[in-house]
Design a protein around this ligand. Structure first.
Ligand code: ZN
Length: 436
């Protein structure tokens, strides 16, 4: 009897303690809400948000009083379509292509200039409903301080998962091109440049040492590097294997920039977690994607953007323009064949090539190229969360997930352009945008 009483007192105290710890961030009344992206949206639901996460979901509109909370705000989203914050799996937050500026202006700028320039890009991305991004390729001295500033709420921006500098072969897509040798030697951080399996193992360890959440590699040549080196395989099979094994042993996923078929297939065989762009896919690529469960991050918006740019930018270097004309038109077919064969697809734009904040235009291209709006929603939420390895925190609004929540005026399942009209943005239980 005595013992039972003591236990009751203990649990009573624990309950009081937990209640004191719980911080109710708010209550949402949602007219329509997509709790699980692959399931049907529910109508007239109440979401309770505590300590930055979804803590309860009730049918109907429950008042704060009835729920027993004091001084807690109710967000009236009865007229909106509420869904998990979107995730863009391929961005470059530290720059934005501007065809009108001097292409060499970066030589006059410090890391701090880049960090300050990124602040409005981060704000625009968050305002566009993207509450998480995967930044694949940035100077580690710029992107990680930005990530920390967002986590501390010093500046507003999406939750960042970043690679820092990309791993590339000497002279490869992510190496520096187009300047005399002593300029390159002075300006290049060299972080991530490697040759040979052992050296690439070192490079992976080094980028992780400086903060990499994920490893970005340039498995093949790329379109926008100023070198007429094509888009074929640039890291050898041995280098790819060494990179993937080292990254996975250290708990990091590998995102492989890859255009040419041979490089795409070699990267999948080596065990990378995603292929970025994937412009040239053959039947074997599809078989390999399916066998290994590899994700494709299509970045259709990047192809679309540079295809338009090549028509009216006379300053685009010839080496780049030639590759744009050849590669960009192939992206649609590669996407269609991946889609028809049920390859895992995660949403990614390569923003920075296109303008920050325009991320949802990718969704329109995906629908134009054959995806259903529902599939697009899944690709930008659940699939992206899985590819991040964050499925217990992100990608749906089930109880326990982060309170990363957006609201749209129209239903994107009927019209995908609704994703471009975001009225409400909450991240981690904090409201960043609420337009009425
Ligand atoms: Zn990119």
């Amino acid at each position: 009897m005595k013992k039972t009483k003591r236990i009751a007192v203990f649990f009573g105290a624990l309950f009081v303690h937990l209640a004191a710890l719980a911080q109710v961030d708010g209550v949402i009344h949602a007219g329509k809400v997509l709790i699980k992206p692959e399931a049907d949206a529910l109508t007239e639901q109440t979401l309770v948000l505590e300590n930055g996460r979804v803590s309860a979901i009730y049918s109907g509109y429950q008042s704060v009083e009835k729920l027993g909370f004091e001084g807690v705000k109710t967000y009236d989203l009865k007229a909106y379509y509420v869904m998990p914050g979107m995730i863009d799996m391929h961005v470059h937050m530290t720059f934005e292509r501007d065809t009108k500026t001097n292409p060499h202006a970066w030589l006059t700028q410090d890391d701090a200039d880049y960090a300050l320039k990124a602040i409005p890009y981060l704000q625009k991305t968050l305002d566009a409903g993207f509450t998480s991004v995967r930044d694949l390729g940035a100077n580690y001295q710029v992107i990680f301080p930005l990530k920390r500033a967002i986590e501390k709420q010093t500046i507003a921006g999406p939750r960042i998962f970043a690679s820092g500098n990309a791993i590339s072969a000497t002279g490869g897509h992510a190496d520096m091109h187009g300047y005399r040798r002593n300029v390159i030697e002075t300006m290049n951080t060299s972080l991530g440049i490697c040759d040979g399996a052992d050296d690439c193992q070192r490079a992976v360890r080094e980028v992780i040492k400086y903060g990499a959440d994920v490893i970005k590699i340039t498995a093949t040549g790329g379109v926008l590097s100023n070198t007429a080196a094509g888009v074929n395989q640039q890291l050898t099979d041995d280098e790819l294997t060494a990179i993937v094994q080292t990254a996975h042993n250290l708990g990091r996923k590998v995102a492989a920039h890859a255009h040419g078929t041979q490089g795409v297939n070699a990267a999948i065989r080596a065990g990378v977690d995603s292929i970025e762009h994937g412009s040239y896919l053959n039947e074997e690529s599809i078989v390999l994607f399916k066998k290994h469960g590899t994700y494709l991050v299509p970045t259709l918006l990047a192809g679309h953007t540079v295809s338009k740019e090549v028509l009216n930018n006379p300053n685009m270097p010839k080496a780049v323009a030639d590759k744009v004309r050849k590669v960009a038109p192939l992206m649609e077919n590669a996407f269609r064949s991946a889609l028809q064969n049920n390859v895992n697809i995660a949403f990614g734009t390569d923003s920075g090539v296109s303008r920050h904040g325009d991320n949802a235009k990718e969704a329109q291209l995906m629908v134009n190229y054959g995806m259903t709006p529902k599939q697009v929603l899944v690709s930008a939420t659940r699939n992206a969360a899985k590819l991040l390895g964050q499925e217990t925190n992100l990608g749906s609004l089930e109880v326990g997930k982060y309170a990363d929540i957006i609201a749209l005026k129209a239903n994107p399942e009927n019209d995908i352009t609704a994703l471009s009209k975001v009225s409400f943005v909450m991240k981690n239980g904090v409201v960043y945008k609420h337009q009425r």
